[in-house]
Design a binder for this molecule. Structure first.
Ligand SMILES: [Zn+2]
Length: 180
């Protein structure tokens, strides 16, 4: 049974993973990630308290297929769903100073299942962009959920970190320290 992992994405923005049942414990959380369409992960999703919440947008990030399944079989309003293709990126409630993004990769578990990278970075100013300064990566999380590790999954994660994250961002001193 997933316990509803809460990711703390700086500036008091939190992001709840597979935790619809625990929604009331995190009243200010407005963004969610559903890793896949197995009932132990979707529990609480169609509770009235979740769907009629007065806080934020209640956007649910998931794979496109999982999004279609929850709309068609659990009757979730499609306006709440942000379905992503594997490898596609989406922004999560960015501020002027901090950017937050999510990208999903194939989890090799069931159709539509995803593992998710979620990261925060310092948003670059116009002048930074003009002189080619990379944004600074502050945090990066990998939520695996249920996944079956095999060479292809591990290669996709490595490729994402090498060709996306390390190419586009500089690491904050704290992240550099953690990687030693
Ligand atoms: Zn599962």
């Amino acid at each position: 049974m997933p316990d509803g992992t809460l990711l703390d994405l700086e500036e008091n923005v939190t992001f709840l993973v597979d935790g619809f049942l625990y929604r009331s414990k995190h009243p200010t959380c407005s963004h969610f990630f559903l890793s896949h369409f197995h009932s132990d992960h979707t529990q609480g999703l169609n509770n009235k308290t979740f769907l009629q919440d007065e806080f934020g947008s209640n956007k649910i990030f998931c794979s496109k297929l999982t999004g279609d399944l929850i709309c068609q079989l659990l009757y979730i309003n499609s306006e709440l769903v942000y379905g992503l293709e594997y490898g596609e990126e989406a922004e999560i409630l960015c501020s002027e100073a901090v950017g937050r993004k999510i990208c999903l990769l194939e989890a090799n578990h069931c159709p539509g299942a995803a593992i998710g990278f979620v990261w925060t970075y310092k948003r670059d100013s116009d002048s930074d962009r003009k002189i080619g300064v990379k944004p600074i990566l502050n945090q990066i999380f990998l939520h695996c959920g249920d996944f079956r590790a095999d060479v292809e999954v591990l290669k996709a994660c490595q490729k994402f970190l090498r060709e996306k994250i390390l190419r586009e961002y500089d690491l904050s001193p704290k992240l550099q320290e953690q990687m030693r």
